[in-house]
Design a protein around this ligand. Structure first.
Ligand SMILES: Cc1cc2nc3c(=O)[nH]c(=O)nc-3n(C[C@H](O)[C@H](O)[C@H](O)COP(=O)(O)O)c2cc1C
Length: 234
């Protein structure tokens, strides 16, 4: 049995691919793999807005070593990450990894659930694989549902359909759960999804470079390399 820890941070980039890979790993390897999900506060919000939060239970269905551990519910000393020092996990995969979390890890900061997990894993000799979102050049990231004001007639159908009262002038991403009901009821195609092109900053590029040279950490350039890495620990 491979005992995997999955660290999720608040990035939309690579999020769906990572989810799909973990879901597939559970389907393919079944009881041979257990996955504990370590979810940053931002990841909880971001996975929800992309409609993926509820799907976490397909990967971490509950029970010891298969829990969804939410940063929001942890204390400041993150006692759950002590598991990495006790040799309980075979590997920690962090994907997607925000530029914020990459910066912290590159500078030895461990004051959040995921950065603390990485620090403990390295100290405990647990393999750590990290997929940064901002590596070099530019990245094309998905954006969650938004209202195109040029097409919106203000009919309020979407606001009435929303089960979370998340729609006013725009969609409130702290309430939206990405269900897409608003899009379904809109006759004007005003609820849209899309992508944005973002330039990777030098500071983020340099932080990734620093991590490539860091002890105990392997940088994966995209989530698809995860499968190969997983096979090394199964
Ligand atoms: C919808 C949405 C998508 C985001 N996508 C990214 C992203 O792709 N990359 C990134 O570095 N930050 C992204 N962020 C910002 C992070 O969530 C934010 O910097 C957060 O503080 C990161 O915290 P964490 O590193 O502890 O998860 C996104 C925020 C939102 C609301």
């Amino acid at each position: 049995m491979a005992r995997i820890a999955w660290g999720i941070t608040g990035a939309g980039h690579h999020l769906r691919e990572t989810f799909d890979l973990f879901v597939r790993a559970k389907e393919v390897y079944g009881d041979r793999v257990s996955v504990t999900s370590f979810v940053s506060r931002a990841a909880e919000e971001v996975t929800r807005v992309y409609g993926l939060f509820q799907q976490l239970e397909r990967v971490s269905p509950g029970g010891y070593m298969e829990e969804v551990i939410l940063e929001r519910e942890q204390g400041w000393s993150y006692p759950k990450t002590g598991r990495f020092s006790r040799g309980i996990y075979d590997a920690l995969f962090v994907s997607p990894t925000t530029s914020n979390t990459i910066a912290k890890i590159a500078h030895g900061i461990a004051d959040s659930l995921v950065t603390n997990a990485v620090a403990h894993a390295v100290k405990g000799g647990v393999l750590v694989f990290i997929v940064p979102v901002d590596i070099a050049g530019s990245v094309k990231s998905p954006v969650p549902y938004f209202i195109n004001r040029d097409l919106c007639t203000g009919c309020q159908e979407c606001a009435q359909a929303c089960p979370n009262d998340a729609i006013d002038e725009q969609i409130d991403y702290l309430r939206c759960n990405g269900c897409g009901l608003c899009k379904d009821v809109c006759d004007y195609n005003a609820i849209q999804e899309g992508t944005v092109n973002l330039v990777v900053r030098d500071i983020d590029k340099n932080n990734v470079r620093t991590l490539r040279d860091s002890e105990g950490i392997t940088i994966l350039d995209n989530p698809h390399q995860f499968e190969k890495a997983l096979l090394t620990v199964i």
